[in-house]
Ligand binder design. Sequence first.
Ligand code: SME
Length: 168
Amino acid sequence: MTFSLSDTAYRTDSREAKETMYADLRSQLTGLLHGETDWIANTANFSSLVFNTMPDLNWAGFYFLPTPDELVLGPFQGKPACIRIKRGRGVCGSTVEKGESIVVADVHAFPGHIACDAASRSELVVPVFVGGQVAGVFDLDSPLPNRFDDVDARGIESLVKILEQTRA
Ligand code: SME
């Protein structure tokens, strides 16, 4: 496999600029995952692509649900993180309960937020579905407050959809 990361410095100061970044990310991700079905390899490369392309992130990675009641840390980029999170706890566990993405503008204002990296100020968590069931989450943290909006939620969901199709 040959793959080179885009060295574009993406802007995130408008919805249009973000849409451009996510369109490029979809194209890069499709190439990166092409012909590969190994879940660990694909989720590891997914987190690396996102972390090394999107500006202003300090953490990006997966938590999975090996049992229905507890998330366990998966492939990620950033500092070492909390390993286990109970369903319903923190932003990640709440996303599992809801089955929908959660955007947190200020992590200090989110009841029960679990601080893994003290630098994190805002967060976006997107559910990952396998066979129609929530199988885990993809979590992004930023050192900037209010870093994520609905364009980011829809954009990351579109990337997760491409990943999910490698399991179909
Ligand atoms: N903040 C998350 C925990 C995971 S770390 O941010 C990597 C939460 O509240 O669920």
